[in-house]
Design a protein around this ligand. Structure first.
Ligand SMILES: [Zn+2]
Length: 474
């Protein structure tokens, strides 16, 4: 007997979009069959008539229970809160960061994350590694073991992001260390995630705007500028070409960034680009609103031309994933910093990512349903080493299934969100929204009711297929 059949929906698979029925046994999908062809009895049948059936969303970039820059011991929202909200929004897998702070080794960084997540998550999860500042030789050596253990993605920064006086630890990885790290990443078949900005240019602009007394937050895009993204992406890409390392640029924000990625991919380099749904929906003019720093995520929101280029990269190709850079704080903390030096980045975006991408991408821009699945789920699964367990509706894959209701048309209100005390999406008009979420065969959200289980989320070990680390394969 089957445990579950999702019947009557329009199912999105890599092989086409059609009226299929999806059969689930235990935690796995066991069949995708023509309408009515499944004659076996099922423990439960979900009527998906009028709905679009897609694989559970994968959020590749989230900061969960992470120290809030400039706020001492305060942390962003913990796994329980974020994973619950993510499931409401059709995201079933979250990736955050195990940070190797100076003085601890990679094993300790992973242990710290395990203690934060284990038994607390409603959704499935995994961790990237994050390295800060100068990378000692022993840490480079430890990467081998970490990659073997299922942590094949490593994030670094090419900038300290903020002025040195306002951050504790040095983040920036300089070019020499970047080179050595890339060599190691290439050898191990791992993947490098890069927050890529030119630190000289960024720090120069902090000082310049301070001298000119133009430190209001709405000048943030002048500090974290298009030119800085352009220059830095190209330097990083040159080193990637020398070393052969695969690179995934996090939060691409400028049209020049999209262009640099496209050129590298045209040369056959294993290079991928991520953008954020708030970068796609707002521009630097929104900073001018009252409390307009609420839209800010580092590097920065840029001009209208950039916003349109990011959509183009998501809808037509050039960019690979829609992420959030989830960084959930209270409203009080989000608006506490009011100058270019101390604005709090990020927002509580994991819940709205899939719905906003559907509404703005599919409903308003004509993005194909397969492309929608690619940017919200399949590509992240492929690049981060979770495919085909995750990211696809196919026999043998985890039964992470989301039903999108394309008939929902409304203005998002506070009551639509399930985390924090604010959302930058309040007042945003949407068309189509996730209605039902299934995690490994268990219905966790249905008709606005949450049925997930704390601790029901599983840790996912990952391994990136060579296909994705040697050429731009998705
Ligand atoms: Zn981030």
């Amino acid at each position: 007997m089957l445990d579950l059949i999702v019947r009557g929906g329009q199912v999105v698979t890599p092989w086409g979009v059609s009226d299929w029925d999806v059969a689930v046994e235990g935690e796995k999908i066991v069949a995708v069959a023509a309408r009515g062809a499944l004659t076996e009895e099922a423990g439960r049948v979900i009527d998906a008539t009028g709905k679009i059936v897609v694989p559970g969303g994968i959020e590749p970039h989230a900061h969960i229970s992470a120290p809030i820059m400039g706020h001492g011991d305060l942390k962003t929202a913990p796994p329980g809160q974020v994973s619950r909200a993510a499931l409401f929004g059709g995201t079933t897998t979250l990736l955050d960061f195990a940070i190797q702070y100076p003085g601890i080794d990679i094993g300790q960084a992973i242990q710290e994350r395990t203690s934060v997540w284990q038994g607390n998550s409603y959704a499935d999860y995994s961790h990237h590694l994050m390295l800060l500042g100068e990378i000692p030789a022993n840490i480079l050596e430890q990467l081998h073991e970490a990659v073997e253990d299922g942590f094949p993605s490593i994030k670094i920064f090419t900038t300290n992001i903020r002025p040195p006086s306002t951050v504790g630890e040095p983040r920036m990885v300089r070019m020499g260390h970047l080179h050595d790290l890339m060599e190691q990443v290439q050898r191990l078949g791992a993947l490098l995630l890069v927050h890529s900005e030119d630190d000289d240019m960024v720090q120069h602009m902090y000082r310049k705007l301070a001298q000119e007394e133009r430190t209001e937050w709405w000048n943030m895009h002048l500090v974290h500028s298009n030119e800085s993204e352009d220059v830095s992406f190209r330097r990083v890409l040159r080193v990637a070409e020398w070393t052969g390392a695969p690179v995934y640029f996090v939060h691409v924000s400028a049209r020049q960034g999209v262009g640099a990625i496209q050129e590298a991919r045209a040369k056959g380099l294993p290079v991928y680009g991520e953008t954020l749904h708030n970068y796609c929906c707002f521009n630097a003019d929104n900073y001018r609103e009252e409390n307009g720093m609420r839209y800010h995520t580092y590097p920065s929101i840029k001009a209208e031309e950039d916003r349109l280029a990011l959509w183009d990269g998501i809808v037509r190709g050039g960019l690979n994933t829609m992420a959030t850079d989830e960084y959930c704080t209270s409203w009080e903390i989000k608006i506490a910093g009011r100058t270019i030096s101390d604005v709090t980045g990020g927002h509580n975006g994991a819940e709205t990512r899939v719905g906003i991408t559907y509404s703005e991408g599919v409903a308003k821009r004509g993005m194909s349903l397969q492309r929608f699945v690619d940017v919200t789920s399949a590509n992240a699964a492929k690049i981060m080493g979770l495919y085909p367990r995750k990211g696809v509706i196919a026999p043998g894959s985890d039964a992470d299934i989301v039903l999108i209701d394309p008939s929902v048309k409304k203005r998002l209100a506070k009551s639509d969100f399930h985390i924090s005390d604010y959302s930058i999406w309040e007042g945003f008009d949407i068309e189509g929204w996730p209605a039902t979420t299934i995690l490994r065969g268990a219905v966790v959200v249905e008709n606005g009711v949450f049925r997930g289980r704390r601790g029901g989320g599983q840790f996912l070990r990952r391994k990136v297929d060579r296909e994705y680390t040697t050429r731009p394969a998705c």
